[in-house]
Design a protein around this ligand. Structure first.
Ligand code: AHR
Length: 523
């Protein structure tokens, strides 16, 4: 959370950090990912069993991709879609590979071999060290099919689908905790697009049946963008039985300042959704029927922001594979997105970058299958946040003048201030660091800023003693905001340095940059 005072243009901005302003825990699931059967995400991205270049392990998984996902410490991965899931039948993707049917995927207009399915995904998650999150087909799929998938994954009983899993080589249940009740079922592009009334009715009945089968799972309701009547209605109808409410948003503009302020629409969406969640609970004080042992919600459902990113669907259309060449402007857009999640951490149950490999992604594999990854510009803010912005959100007070130009969407201008510095702060008690992330959204000017950390020091350390502060910078200086790494040349990366400063000091944030400052607070 940031409190903000707008100052006149020309006044030196200031950021005041205090350890007394702990806001909430940062849920590690905020750094989640997403793998969809789309373009080269699964096939050629994580899975390439016929690879001729030694790029894969004995399972056919790309070893360099596994290492990269481990480096990002992705805690949870959503699968198998996305739009793909609206016609996906999970049974097509289990059992002997040569017997799996090839199907036509109408979402991405592609043939699906089903060579990669549930058991391969579970194995991949185990190797990466991440949790699976499965999305159910509420397009052409049935509740029966969903219950069977749950039984296949989670049951240790002597029943047909649990035994099918055993026959396929997996004795122990996978115990998949997170299940999504469909994907973007409101979207005109979906097979079996639904109305909010019909979806809410179905979602409630599906939730009841799924929780009767396995009360340990967490269900994610299909919301829209967080500020639509769909969100209000489905939350109101289903609040009793669901654990999180999903919202999706992709931001983008060719214009730099619009691109980096666009994620502020996600911040408003989170705040509005949090209110809608509360409203659903307030208007439903007694609750409805619940499976035995299933407790009524004691708090509003958190938000599962299970698709977010910067994405230009003109440059990289989804049915052509969605391989966007990300530039510095997009990387700083992602940094603002991550600041939003840190600031709003009290409402975030999970967030999933869409997607992890090749498709709308920070990582690209080569088309010829040879080893070696392109780390796109987005990789660097993602890595810095995942490594350092952990622990608890600290409230900071920001004083700054504001960008007053156009925004995209235009309603940001009407609802949300857009200070030149976009700021979030994390107190990582375990590591003993305060981490301050600052995006200078001005592409024309470095911004000198007063920083105060006096109330951030551990008790007993109140001197003006100078201290070495770790500095990580992405962008800035002469790097073009349009610079990409897409062709394999690393034009955008992280520059590390040390800044020696007292608890009250001035720092100049370079134009169009992300700066992450790390103060040790060990006494
Ligand atoms: O991530 C790409 C697509 O964007 C997903 O399949 C869909 O859910 C969203 O519209």
């Amino acid at each position: 959370m940031t409190t903000f005072t707008k100052t006149p243009e020309g006044e030196t901005p200031s950021i005041d950090v205090s350890l007394q302003r702990v806001v909430s825990d940062i849920n590690p699931l905020m750094y989640g990912g997403f793998l969809e059967h789309m373009g080269r995400c699964i096939y050629g991205g994580i899975y390439d069993p016929d690879n001729q270049h030694g790029a894969v392990d004995e399972n056919g998984f790309r070893t360099d991709v596994i290492a990269a996902l481990q480096e990002l410490e992705i805690p949870v991965i959503r699968y198998p879609g996305g739009n793909f899931v609206a016609t996906y039948h999970w049974e097509d993707g289990v059992g002997p590979r040569e017997q799996r049917p090839r199907r036509w995927d109408p979402a991405w207009k592609a043939e699906e071999s089903n060579a990669f399915g549930t058991d391969e995904f579970m194995k991949f998650c185990e190797i990466v060290g991440t949790e699976p999150y499965l999305a159910l087909n509420m397009g052409t799929g049935t509740l029966d099919e969903a219950l069977n998938w749950l039984e296949y994954c989670n049951s240790d009983r002597n029943t047909y689908y649990a035994n099918l899993r055993r026959n396929n080589g997996r004795e122990k249940p996978y115990n998949v905790k997170y299940w999504a009740l469909g994907n973007e079922t409101w979207g005109p592009w979906q097979v079996e697009e639904d109305t909010k009334e019909n979806y809410a009715k179905r979602a409630y009945q599906w939730a009841k049946a799924l929780k009767l089968a396995d009360p340990n799972i967490e269900l994610i309701l299909c919301g829209k963008n967080g500020h639509d009547d769909w969100d209000r209605y489905v939350l109101q109808q289903c609040v009793d039985l669901i654990d999180m409410h999903s919202i999706h948003l992709y931001t983008y503009s060719h214009d730099f300042k619009e691109n980096v302020t666009a994620p502020l629409s996600a911040e408003r969406a989170i705040q509005i959704t949090a209110s809608l969640s509360e409203l659903a609970l307030i208007n439903n004080p007694t609750g409805g029927w619940r499976p035995n042992g299933y407790k009524p919600p004691s708090a509003p459902p958190k938000i599962c922001f299970d698709e977010w990113n910067v994405y230009d669907d003109q440059q990289a259309p989804g049915d052509e594979g969605g391989e966007q060449a990300y530039n510095l402007s997009d990387a700083l857009g992602v940094a603002v997105w991550l600041n939003v999640f840190i600031r709003q951490s009290q409402h975030i149950g999970m967030a999933n970058l869409a997607q992890n490999v090749n498709v709308l992604s920070p990582l690209s594999t080569k088309r010829d299958g040879s080893p070696g990854l392109v780390r796109q510009t987005l990789w660097w803010p993602l890595l810095l946040f995942s490594k350092y912005m952990r622990g608890k959100t600290l409230g900071v007070h920001l004083r700054s003048s504001t960008y007053e130009g156009s925004t995209f969407p235009s309603w940001i201008r009407k609802t949300t201030p857009t200070p030149w510095l976009d700021v979030s702060c994390a107190y990582d008690e375990a590591a003993g660091f305060i981490n301050l992330a600052v995006v200078n959204i001005d592409d024309t000017r470095d911004i000198k800023t007063s920083l105060t950390l006096e109330h951030a020091l551990p008790s007993g350390v109140t001197t003006n003693k100078q201290q070495d502060v770790q500095v990580f910078t992405v962008g800035g200086g002469d790097i073009d905001v349009k610079a990409t790494n897409f062709d394999g040349v690393d034009r955008v990366g992280v520059v590390e340095s040390t800044w020696t400063a007292a608890p009250r000091a001035e720092y100049t944030f370079p134009r169009h940059s992300l700066t992450l400052l790390r103060w040790s607070v060990k006494a």
